[in-house]
Design a protein around this ligand. Structure first.
Ligand code: C2E
Ligand code: CA
Ligand code: CA
Length: 734
């Protein structure tokens, strides 16, 4: 027997050893069944790893331990043998009865610490006595088989360990994060290649040293104390830290340190994970810059400016420190951009930023608030100082900006808002300064306004009117009234001037001067102009249809309309065609100042319209930029003398002289003159004497609805053949 045991030691693998052991049992005992089993399922079952039946190899199986003789065998330290009746002794083990088992012998396989790991069993279908020699033989065999099983288990664990180790190694070697492992004394054991790359140190240079070698000196001892306190208490720490590379360069990194402890809770290692965040930090710095600064001028941006103002509001409340906000808007900056291009535009903005910086004290805050808008916070100063500052800014901005050969003239409008005890937010203060700025920008530009309740009320009304006008125009809700123009020779009406009328349910009558200005400011004037044109021409067509077919129509146009409409000439001609009217039936009235200011666009459109037969009148002549030389330059069919001139004609001699010469020169230039605002018979008499061609004014009639205009026609132009009655009056169908 000893020799066969030796054979067991020579087996090349455990499977072979188990087979041999079972064959030895077959040979020695002639067992009906024998097997080597391993404990599994938390020691509740046995899984055979080798099984013989009647000396032949059979497929492995698994069986529950509970109620089986093997459960007894596992509990006994020695061999467990039952010579007969084993099936009756273990009725719960049904397999025993099924197989007709009479006798049983089993020995537990144990590991080095005597813990059971498996079992070696032989079953007999006949009674059997097991003597001491048999039992000892079984025990010896089980001892060798157990050694084999232990080896098996070790191997399996080793494979697992190896797999885990190689996985750890891969992670360690390949990690994009730098890893450093130190021992329980915080001496460096290992670092990975990424760590070497980041720090410039080789692992061999660091082994055994303290991580303090990387210290940048940027953190206080308290910082490290707190870090280590957390590591000890919580087992980990995470934060941003500045370290030093081998080259001396200091760099920011995100560091997380984790403690590794053994089964007894003793610290075995510290594992540090580092991520170089220099790039992030740079991005963050830039983001912070862009978040607070405006990149072109380097001034603060809107958000940061508001924050500063907010801080000063708190100061004002706490210490009554006065502060004011200046809101500056460049006049006609868009023209500069359009004319010279955005690059020059940018340079102008930079120059303005510089000039502003030279106008204020160091602790005042300047921002580029929007495109051509700048804001200045005049801190800790009385209102008078803010006003002087605004005057200085106005003057400095007005000085020409020289860019190479180019000299650019600028002007701006400034609104001021002072901090009050009831100033509740930065946005309100800046908005007030903005409203003050807007109140002067429209009216005169290049001037200063201080915010007040009146300014606020005007601004709010403006916004209200803008919204109402918007709605009104969408539903063609405006009215048009007609004021007759009388031929001074015949006394007949030759045309009507169409004047827009707006009566609002809530606000009453809103004067055209007010709503036209709003329409211009908010880009609604083109829609308004087109509406009036359509309505007036449709009404004129109706007037013609009533037999008054020599009457023409005058319509006012703002210069900005010509810029806003895509095809201004076609639009006018198409509307005329829609109403079956000749172009000569229409006079377009433009103000002289407009004709001069937007000369290029407006003149081009007007000339083209004239070439198609449309008449052009220069409105409000003798106001604004009037000059006789302009009169010669501009091609128009009519000149309209402004009502302010007509009305002072009798009292002011120089007005008479001007009117007389305008009429004379106009006649020589083949233009006809219309006097506006004729209110009295004397005025009318005088104008006739000067040879003025046409008159318009309350003396004859104010602007009236179409129905009343028809009555005027009947009165001045006599009864004509009328195909229709007045009842169905107007142009609603167009
Ligand atoms: P405007 O073109 O100079 O129109 C003449 C203005 O003088 C009208 O004022 C008219 O009602 C007023 N008027 C006429 N006769 C007399 C008079 O004898 N005495 C006095 N004191 N005033 C007289 P309204 O209708 O208030 O229009 C004001 C301005 O609004 C117009 O001045 C015109 O520039 C503008 N406007 C009116 N309708 C339109 C329109 O449809 N489009 C455009 N772009 N502007 C319009
Ligand atoms: Ca007019
Ligand atoms: Ca006028």
């Amino acid at each position: 027997m000893t020799s066969s045991f030796n054979a067991l030691y020579q087996c090349s693998c455990s499977e072979q050893a188990y087979e041999l052991a079972l064959s030895m049992i077959d040979e020695a005992f002639g067992a009906a069944h024998c097997f080597v089993g391993k404990l599994c399922a938390n020691v509740t079952e046995v899984q055979t790893v080798a099984y013989h039946q009647d000396g032949a190899v059979r497929a492995n199986f698994q069986y529950p331990l509970a109620g089986s003789p093997c459960a007894d065998a596992l509990k006994s330290v020695d061999v467990c043998a039952f010579g007969d009746n084993v099936a009756d002794l273990f009725p719960d083990d049904t397999m025993l009865a099924e197989l007709g088992i009479e006798a049983y012998i089993g020995v537990t396989l144990r590991d080095v610490s005597r813990q059971p790991i498996g079992i070696l069993v032989a079953l007999f279908d006949q009674q059997r006595t097991f003597d001491q020699v048999d039992e000892q033989w079984f025990k010896d065999l089980a001892f060798i088989v157990a050694a084999q099983a232990r080896h098996d288990a070790d191997l399996a664990r080793k494979d697992e360990l190896l797999a885990e180790l190689s996985l750890r190694n891969i992670v360690f070697e390949q990690s994009k994060e730098a890893i450093m492992i130190t021992d329980n004394n915080n001496r460096i054991l290992r670092v990975n290649p990424t760590f070497e790359l980041y720090t410039g140190y080789r692992e061999s240079e660091l082994k055994g040293r303290s991580p303090a070698v990387l210290s940048s000196g940027q953190h206080s001892p308290e910082f490290y104390y707190e870090m280590w306190r957390q590591i000890e208490q919580m087992g980990h720490w995470r934060g941003e830290i500045y370290n030093r590379r081998k080259s001396g360069e200091i760099y920011p990194e995100e560091l997380s340190i984790t403690v590794n402890r053994d089964a007894n809770g003793q610290i075995t290692h510290y594992i540090g994970l580092f991520r170089d965040i220099s790039e992030w930090k740079e991005n963050e710095r830039q983001l912070r810059f862009y978040a607070s600064q405006e990149p072109l001028t380097g001034l603060l941006n809107r958000r940061s400016f508001l924050e500063k103002v907010e801080q000063h509001i708190s100061l004002f409340r706490a210490q009554e420190q006065h502060a004011s906000v200046l809101f500056l808007n460049l006049d006609r900056f868009k023209d500069i951009n359009d004319l010279y291009g955005p690059e020059i535009g940018d340079k102008v903005l930079i120059a303005v930023a510089l000039r502003l910086q030279n106008c204020v004290r160091n602790h005042d805050v300047i921002s580029r608030y929007g495109g051509d808008e700048f804001t200045i916070l005049i801190a800790d100063a009385k209102p008078g100082h803010a006003h002087r500052c605004a005057e200085k800014v106005l003057e400095r901005i007005h000085q020409p900006i020289r860019l190479g050969d180019l000299s650019i003239e600028l002007s701006c409008s400034i609104g001021i808002a002072h901090m009050h005890s009831d100033t509740d937010s930065a946005t309100v203060l800046v908005r007030n300064a903005n409203h003050a700025m807007l109140s002067v920008k429209r009216a005169q530009s290049h001037s200063i306004a201080v915010h007040s309740q009146e300014i606020e009320a005007i601004y709010l009304r403006k916004l209200k009117l803008r919204d109402k006008l918007h709605k009104l125009l969408r539903f063609d809700g405006l009215d048009v009234a007609y004021q007759p123009v009388i031929d001074n020779q015949s006394g007949r009406i030759v045309k009507f001037e169409a004047l827009a009328r707006w009566r609002d349910e809530e606000l009453g009558v809103i004067r055209p001067d007010e709503f036209i200005a709003i329409a211009e400011e908010f880009g609604l004037v083109a829609i308004l102009g087109q509406f009036v044109l359509r309505k007036a021409l449709a009404d004129l067509a109706w007037i013609h249809s009533q037999g008054y077919n020599d009457i023409s129509m005058a319509v006012n146009r703002s210069a900005s309309e010509f810029n806003h409409v895509l095809h201004p000439v076609d639009t006018v001609l198409d509307t005329l065609a829609d109403c079956n009217l000749k172009p000569s039936c229409l006079t377009i009235e433009v103000t002289e100042s407009v004709a001069i200011h937007a000369r290029k666009q407006a003149e081009g459109v007007l000339n083209e319209l004239r070439s198609k037969g449309v008449m052009v009148a220069l409105d409000d002549f003798c106001t604004g930029y009037s000059s006789l030389s302009h009169l010669i330059d501009l091609h128009a069919d009519y000149i309209k003398i402004d009502k302010s001139f007509t009305q002072q004609m009798l009292s002011e001699h120089k007005h008479q002289v001007v009117i007389a010469s305008v009429i004379r020169i106009a006649s020589e230039l083949d233009m006809e003159v219309i006097a506006e605002g004729v209110e009295t018979q004397q005025q009318q008499q005088q104008l006739r004497e000067y040879g003025c061609h046409f008159s318009q004014g309350y003396y004859y009639s104010p602007a009236v609805p179409l129905k009343e205009a028809m009555v005027l026609l009947a009165k001045h132009n006599g009864d004509v053949q009328r195909p229709n009655e007045f009842s169905n009056i107007g142009s609603k169908s167009v």
